[in-house]
Design a protein around this ligand. Structure first.
Ligand SMILES: *Cc1c(COP(=O)(O)O)cnc(C)c1O
Length: 384
């Protein structure tokens, strides 16, 4: 129930990757047949990733994961635009740390960053984007779907505005790709980040879509791989795995999203009914098919996770990337929760292996765990 943190590698993906470790181990840049074999495999994966997002293969750059894709997009394009006198960046408050921390580092380089507020459901307003754009704006970055609360942002509308104003637009689609349709043309984006391990592929490999002509400079310098945007010998096996996972995700998307949406809705309904003083965080309908995010009065999310873990249920409070810090989630604060409410939240994210029985079991475990934690909570008992 924590598929937004990561997913198991699909056996078909493993099978596709295995030959590229020792049998077909060539360096994709070598001119001999071993190299050409690896190069062809990389190109085949590029086509598959491009197909998942409606791009041309030449517009796909392989990276070391979603974090790197976000950093390359945000820092690489902002630095390039600074040469044209543009030093202003616009980002939403609820971006993944890979984008937010990249923005912070740009502030250290003298950029000004506008952080857009979101509403109580986590939605960015396209009109706010329009108002924030100035003649100095280099880049707008707004994620497609939020990794904590699952809210899906109005990317198409924002993309129309940025296109009209001639501002580069990046979106982090790490959580949305493979779950809902992603089409770079319809969304009007110039850059889009992907990660393999969120779609049943291997960890440590990702991709960045870069529309032809987008101003961008590399962060990693070297032999000029990936059209010069990401030097370093290609992670051939990982890239093959990402290509296979993209191919499978595309083939399964419709059926998967239907099945997961039904499971998710059942989970949400049963938890809200079964657990008193429980609330849903995030948008009721504009949300990822696999995301359920709750808030329970009188509960510490961290304690709830440990209780669930004892019963074999993996859940999370927010993002795996920041949950080891004890600060309240920046996303939950941005949607207007107070610190206590933010700490009383729990994310359940469904995936391929989850069944209706799983949902039933989790609801049972949750009712029990919440009851137990409340019974020993002095705060809850005083309040009640
Ligand atoms: C997981 C995630 C990332 C980071 O991707 P990695 O491949 O783990 O580096 C970036 N953005 C979002 C929205 C994510 O969920």
């Amino acid at each position: 129930m924590d598929h937004s943190a990561t997913t198991p590698v699909d056996p078909k993906v493993v099978e596709a990757m295995v030959p590229y470790f020792s049998e077909k181990f060539g360096n994709a840049s070598s001119l001999h047949s071993f190299g050409r074999e690896a190069f062809e495999a990389v190109q085949e994966s590029r086509r598959k990733v491009a197909e998942l997002i409606g791009a041309s293969p030449e517009e796909v750059i392989f990276t070391g994961g979603g974090t790197e894709s976000d950093n390359l997009a945000v820092v690489g394009s902002a630095r390039k635009m600074k040469q044209k006198g543009r030093d202003h960046v616009i980002a939403s408050r609820i971006e993944h740390p890979a984008v937010l921390e990249a923005c912070r580092s740009l502030e250290g380089e003298g950029f000004e960053v506008t952080y857009l507020e979101v509403d109580k459901d986590g939605l960015v307003s396209p009109e706010d984007v329009r108002r924030a754009i100035t003649e100095k704006t280099a880049l707008v970055t707004v994620m497609h779907a939020n990794n904590e609360i699952g809210t899906i942002e109005p990317i198409e509308e924002i993309g129309e505005i940025t296109a009209e104003r001639g501002v580069v637009f990046h979106t982090d689609a790490v959580q949305s790709a493979g779950k809902i349709p992603v089409d770079v043309k319809r969304m009007n984006v110039d850059m889009l980040s992907l990660s393999a391990h969120k779609i049943y592929g291997p960890k440590g490999v990702g991709a960045l879509y870069v529309r032809k002509g987008t101003p961008l400079q590399p962060l990693i310098h070297g032999g000029g791989h990936e059209r010069g945007f990401r030097s370093g010998t290609e992670n051939v096996a990982g890239i093959v795995g990402m290509g296979k996972s993209a191919e499978l995700a595309r083939a399964r998307l419709e059926e998967d999203s239907k099945r997961l949406t039904a499971l998710r809705d059942e989970l949400i309904e049963r938890v809200l009914q079964g657990v008193s003083e429980s609330y849903l965080n995030g948008h009721a309908t504009k949300r990822l098919p696999n995301n359920a995010h709750f808030r329970f009065s009188g509960i510490e999310g961290e304690s709830l996770i440990l209780e669930l873990d004892e019963k074999g249920v993996a859940a999370s409070t927010g993002s795996a990337c920041s949950s080891k810090k004890l600060e309240p989630s920046h996303v939950l604060m941005a949607i207007g929760l107070n610190e206590v409410e933010a700490h009383g939240s729990l994310r359940l994210t469904l995936g391929h292996e989850n069944t209706e029985e799983d949902v039933e079991y989790v609801v049972e475990c949750l009712e029990e765990a919440v009851g137990k934690l409340r019974s020993i909570s002095p705060m809850w008992n005083k309040g009640a």
